[in-house]
Design a protein around this ligand. Structure first.
Ligand code: HMG
Ligand code: MG
Length: 298
């Protein structure tokens, strides 16, 4: 692995669309994913097999998976909360699943209706079953800086939780600043605590941009050798169970920053930005990426 190569995990179709007021049609969701893949993104989170009563925007994820083009190298992921979700993801031929828990009970209860400890008990057999079928398992760890219900999270708590998810058999831990309140001042000590226990190659960062710190927070992660970044085209999204949260750091911004640093992503920025503009228009909302706005100024 070249040290200047960064792998982006595109969140727009899942974390993005799950919190948009307007819902895209199945055909539009499919076009979004095809365009993202054609821009060079090799990991795309397509949808979620969660309760459609809780997140109606992710209903029909099975039909979406069934229609995906499978010719290129792109890996398609699905978010999964329980056994029912895993079975749906297996039937959909997801390349990867993402299980999700948090550092705090308040958010975990609001999000999946159980405590953190109960979530780990639930996940253990799911990881084993997925791995036996050759499906990679990503572990999302939310509230790594603070919880909207329980307040600030201690860095040691994040490290201990990340280690437990890795011990369950997750290949990668995505560290989520769910409500986007972190700054490099809080992100750096959190990363140091986690990196004390876990190598950088097993970590991803998942920054929401609520306070406009997402891009700044990538710098301490890059400096510490983390090379997997979650991002969302046009800055789409948020989280329905984290009041006030906004979308992930915009993919266009991340690509522009990394290329400016002389790092490579394999992504064609013009194609990506055109997709961001296209999806913003379909959703009837302003383009949430500054880079996207600049490239589409006329
Ligand atoms: P529950 O109500 O406790 O579950 O929900 P239940 O087992 O009692 O079932 C209740 C109903 O849900 C039943 O249907 C089940 O069939 C159905 P009914 O009999 O009432 O008609 N159900 C399902 N349907 C579809 N797919 C499933 C499924 N499971 C049960 N997998 C549950 C528990 C976990 C299902 C629910 O709380 C849920 O779906 N939660 C997901 C919430 C969510 O998607 N949140 C957003 C994603 S997390 C996030 O964005 C954070 C992240 O980005 C990282 C970060 O930013 O920090 C990852
Ligand atoms: Mg998120």
């Amino acid at each position: 692995v070249r040290d200047d190569r960064v792998s982006l995990v595109e969140m727009g179709p899942r974390d993005g669309l799950q919190n948009e007021a307007n819902t895209l049609s199945l055909v539009q969701r499919l076009e979004l994913i095809q365009r993202l893949a054609e821009s060079g993104l090799q990991r795309i989170e397509v949808g979620a097999f969660v309760s459609p009563k809780k997140v109606p925007q992710m209903a029909d994820s099975a039909a979406l998976f069934a229609a995906l083009p499978r010719k290129g190298q792109t890996r398609y992921g699905a978010l999964v909360p329980n056994l029912q979700g895993l079975q749906a993801a297996i039937a959909a031929r997801a390349d990867e699943i993402g299980l999700f828990t948090a550092c705090s009970d308040g958010f975990t209860r609001a999000n999946i209706g159980i405590s953190v400890e109960e979530s780990l008990v639930r996940f253990a057999p799911l990881v084993q079953e997925a791995r036996q079928l050759g499906i990679k398992v990503r572990g999302y760890l939310s509230t790594v800086i603070a919880c909207p219900f329980d307040g600030p999270t201690r860095p040691k708590r994040v490290a201990a939780m990340a280690e437990r998810l890795l011990d369950l058999g997750c290949h990668e831990i995505s560290l989520g600043d769910t409500i986007g309140v972190g700054t490099p001042g809080t992100v750096a000590p959190m990363l140091d605590a986690v990196l004390h226990e876990i190598p950088a190659g097993r970590l991803a960062v998942h920054f929401h941009d609520t306070y406009g710190q997402g891009l700044a927070n990538l710098l301490p992660a890059l400096e510490r050798g983390i090379r997997t970044i979650d991002c969302s085209v046009a800055g789409l999204g948020g989280c329905p169970y984290a009041p006030g949260a906004s979308g992930n750091v915009a993919s266009e911004e991340v690509v522009y920053l990394l290329h400016g640093l002389g790092m490579s992503t394999g992504v064609d920025l013009d194609k990506l930005a055109a997709t961001g503009q296209w999806v913003s228009e379909r959703l009837g909302r302003p383009n949430g990426s500054r880079v996207g706005q600049a490239l589409h100024a006329n």
